[in-house]
Design a protein around this ligand. Structure first.
Ligand SMILES: *[C@@H]1O[C@H](CO)[C@@H](O)[C@H](O)[C@H]1NC(C)=O
Ligand SMILES: *[C@@H]1O[C@H](CO)[C@@H](O)[C@H](O)[C@H]1NC(C)=O
Ligand SMILES: *[C@@H]1O[C@H](CO)[C@@H](O)[C@H](O)[C@H]1NC(C)=O
Length: 316
């Protein structure tokens, strides 16, 4: 454990490292993803104090329909609600973005279902300091933007962050997602453009057949627990996570007290205590609409770090 005097220094150092690393892996430049070998580094160690400062007061509000006549900011409302953005791409041409198939949200194996490489970095109005992790967007580009564009909407999930936006809304897409906006057989041609104008709108996420899943992160222990929350239908991200321990007598009886977890980074929530925590643990998640779901004793008393615990809960 770092002393408090050095912790702000190490936090600043981590922030610098984070910025430097992401300048390589998820930056504005994206001409040819395959050109130079890019290295991706993991986000900061969960043990560290949150390296990102509190959200500044100037965060741009989340996207809503710009056209005043379309009254709905609700997802998927017909052909309305498209907003302008610019797209770049990074990583391998048919890859999922980062070399390690992770990203600043903490998701793993984003090349595999359900993400299936249809992933993107978002700049701050999309990433929202991690709150945007797991959000789903339809993206499209029209033939006036590039002749290879199909105009057909594709859905991507925010799994990473970009730090050097080229426009107010900037999707730094995986090579796969960028190419998916093209007409048949013209993916490579579109990727060759490197940077294009595009459109996007927020949509509800759908993970058919999947329930909300909790990944207890590597490094968790009885005094520190970090949990990645994945696969929420709807928002795709959660606004709050609360945890309930069991009583220390080993009976497995819940204490009856919900304790708020702290957003650590990306979609990872953490809890630090001075005394050991006792499982089984229940988790309560709250979505953007304020609806809560309880995963009753989803993490057993003999839990282990780096393990996945599936719930039976899911937002509608
Ligand atoms: C919204 O779109 C409608 C129809 O395309 C158009 O007539 C109207 O001027 C637009 N309003 C704004 C505020 O852009
Ligand atoms: C938006 O909806 C409200 C109530 O539903 C309505 O009063 C208002 O006129 C609508 N505005 C536009 C621009 O359609
Ligand atoms: C929040 O959860 C409720 C209940 O499952 C669901 O009806 C609602 O659509 C969700 N809200 C969002 C924004 O996803």
């Amino acid at each position: 454990m770092a002393s408090s005097s050095s912790s702000s220094v190490s936090a600043a150092l981590l922030l610098c490292l984070l910025l430097a690393f992401h300048g390589v892996s998820c930056a504005a430049k994206a001409k040819h993803g395959s050109g130079s070998k890019k290295t991706h580094h993991s986000p900061p160690k969960p043990h560290a104090p949150s390296p990102l400062p509190a959200p500044p007061a100037t965060i741009i509000p989340p996207p809503v329909a710009t056209n005043g006549s379309s009254n709905s900011s609700s997802p998927g409302a017909g052909d309305e609600g498209w907003m302008d953005a610019r797209a770049t791409w990074y990583g391998a041409p048919n890859g999922a973005g980062p070399d390690d198939n992770g990203g600043a949200c903490g998701f793993k194996d984003v090349n595999l279902p359900p993400f299936s490489a249809m992933t993107s970095c978002g700049n701050e109005p999309l990433f929202k300091d991690g709150k945007g992790c797991g959000s789903c967007y339809q993206i499209r580009c029209l033939s006036r933007m590039h002749p290879a564009c199909s105009g057909v909407p594709e859905t991507v999930i925010i799994t990473d962050m970009n730090y050097y936006p080229v426009s107010r809304f900037h999707f730094d897409l995986s090579g796969t997602a960028f190419g998916a906006m093209a007409k048949d057989q013209r993916n490579d041609e579109l990727r060759h453009a490197g940077i294009i104008d595009m459109q996007f709108k927020r949509v509800a996420c759908q993970y058919p057949g999947l329930t909300v899943t909790f990944h207890v992160e590597h490094g968790s222990n009885p005094y520190y627990m970090a949990i990645l929350v994945e696969y929420e239908n709807g928002d795709g991200d959660v606004d709050q996570v609360d945890i309930m321990e069991s009583t220390p007598d080993g009976s497995g009886e819940p204490t009856g007290q919900w304790v708020p977890m702290k957003e650590s980074w990306g979609s990872i929530w953490r809890m630090d205590t001075r005394r050991p925590m006792h499982g089984p643990f229940s988790l309560r998640i709250t979505n953007e609409s304020g609806q809560t779901l309880v995963a009753d004793q989803v993490i057993p008393a003999d839990w282990e770090p780096n393990a996945i615990y599936s719930s039976i809960i899911q937002f509608d």
